[in-house]
Design a protein around this ligand. Structure first.
Ligand SMILES: [Zn+2]
Length: 202
């Protein structure tokens, strides 16, 4: 995706997520892959108001989560998670939200994850074709050591039963990714719907 288009598309997504109460204040961060090899990842800069992101509220980072060019803006610590996810094949965008229901749900569920099963809305997740699908949502601890968390997530993206579509961080929020920004945005919509249903039911 070219830089100017990615900035415009991310500003749109940010306005939508703010309106939906999924990303209030300066919470959350969003990224789009400009180039895969070598990685050039456009990511929201640290501490920006998500109600109205400006065209300058972004920074381009590489695989070390540091700006590729001198920039007045700083990437947030959570950029490490975006970098790990953006290096997966077929990932074009990574979205991270801080919603009420994702927070409530991970506050109430003590285990390291939960299954979602039997809901029609599951079919909105990439690769899911039937509501009979059983989807595992892993919950990671809300450590402030983001590089360590990024290593844990990277380990769970490999091997048997790797993470699919997204995961939660306890009392914090959702990470999801997609082939492109539209797919990632749809997955946020699906996950947030399902989180609210499950949390309200409990
Ligand atoms: Zn966060």
């Amino acid at each position: 995706m070219i830089h100017a288009d990615a900035v415009a598309a991310l500003r749109d997504v940010a306005a939508l997520f703010y309106a939906k109460n999924w990303s209030l204040g300066t919470s959350s961060n969003y990224s789009v892959v400009l180039e895969h090899d070598p990685l050039r990842l456009l990511v929201t800069a640290s501490g920006k108001d998500k109600r109205k992101l400006k065209a300058t509220d972004f920074v381009i980072v590489g695989t070390d989560a540091k700006p590729l060019e001198p920039s007045a803006e700083k990437p947030s610590a959570e950029t490490w998670l975006h970098v790990v996810l953006a290096q997966l094949p077929n990932v074009g965008a990574v979205l991270h939200t801080h919603s009420v229901w994702g927070t409530v749900l991970t506050d109430r569920i003590a285990e390291n994850g939960f299954w979602i099963e039997g809901f029609e809305m599951l079919k909105g997740l990439a690769g899911v074709t039937t509501h009979e699908h059983r989807h595992w949502v892993e919950i990671f601890p809300n450590t402030q050591d983001i590089p360590a968390l990024a290593r844990d997530v990277q380990a769970r993206l490999q091997g048997p039963n790797p993470l699919q579509n997204g995961f939660l961080i306890r009392r914090h929020g959702l990470y999801t990714w997609g082939r492109d920004l539209d797919e990632a945005r749809r997955q946020v919509e699906i996950f947030e719907f399902l989180f609210e249903v499950i949390a309200q039911r409990r």
